[in-house]
Design a protein around this ligand. Structure first.
Ligand SMILES: O=C(CO)COP(=O)(O)O
Length: 252
């Protein structure tokens, strides 16, 4: 079992993909399924309401991919955390490396967004991860530690916050770290959470980056891996479910 007592979470980050028709087909195929892992889908903002309605009565949770740090106001094009809660979201992904790169999000901004998410009653999935150059320089533990220290807000606990370790070089590339490298990073994150965060021993730490059905069981069995944040493979019901089954094996 990856961490005794922690139920795995398998989360699908659809990123900027899909259509209304695709969303409804995907959710229709997943909706009746449940196992001994928690399942979450995070569609783009425009599809949240429709996906939320389609998921009603199912065990699948709904999440968004970003929120603003303010609860309301003059921020054209942005979306506030209470709006997401209003739509039935229970999670929001924050600080994904694509947002850190595309929108210049700093860890300080991520912490402010996470604070807003927690205030709205959402669970924040805070993403961290090193670039290939940082790993080649042997700096990955230090980089991720700094991101966690600066991105996780005060008030975070095992019930309202999830950490997702996503090495940037593994996202969408088909490359994954070795199980030993994943374990070293997740153990480092666990030690950090235990020393800094209330209930850090029980906080979920997800792995993300090129997770697919064929590698899910191995990755999910690694010590201190408590589920997956899945990109490309979350767009196909059978692949996403295959990953959930891989995670369920590690759940015991
Ligand atoms: O960025 C990711 C999830 O947030 C991972 O994406 P892929 O699973 O497509 O590598």
């Amino acid at each position: 079992m990856a961490t005794p007592g922690i139920r795995p979470l398998v989360a699908g980050n659809w990123k900027m993909n899909g259509s209304l028709a695709m969303a409804s087909a995907l959710v229709g195929a997943l909706k009746g399924r449940q196992g001994n892992v928690d399942l979450l889908v995070c569609p783009p903002f425009p599809y949240l309401a429709a996906v939320g309605a389609a998921l009603a009565g199912s065990k699948l949770a709904l999440g968004a991919q970003d929120c603003h740090a303010d609860a309301s106001g003059a921020h054209t094009g942005d979306v506030a955390a209470p709006m997401l809660a209003d739509l039935g979201c229970s999670y929001v992904i924050l600080g994904h490396s694509e947002r850190r790169t595309d929108h210049g999000e700093t860890s300080g901004m991520v912490a402010a967004k996470a604070q807003a998410a927690l205030a709205a009653g959402l669970t924040a999935i805070i993403c961290v991860g090193e670039t290939e150059a940082q790993r080649n320089a042997g700096e990955e533990l230090k980089i991720v530690e700094k991101q966690i220290v600066e991105s996780v807000p005060s008030g975070a606990n095992a019930g309202n916050t999830v950490i997702a370790y996503e090495p940037v070089w593994a996202i969408g590339t088909g490359k994954t770290p070795t199980a030993a490298d994943v374990e070293a990073m997740h153990r480092h994150i666990r030690a950090l959470l235990k020393s800094r965060v209330t209930g850090g021993a029980g906080m979920r730490i997800l792995y993300g980056g090129s997770v697919k059905p064929s590698n899910a069981a191995e990755l999910m069995a690694v010590a201190e891996v408590n589920g997956a944040l899945v990109g490309g493979a979350s767009l196909k019901a059978e692949d996403f479910w295959g990953i959930a089954e891989g995670a369920a094996k590690s759940a015991g």
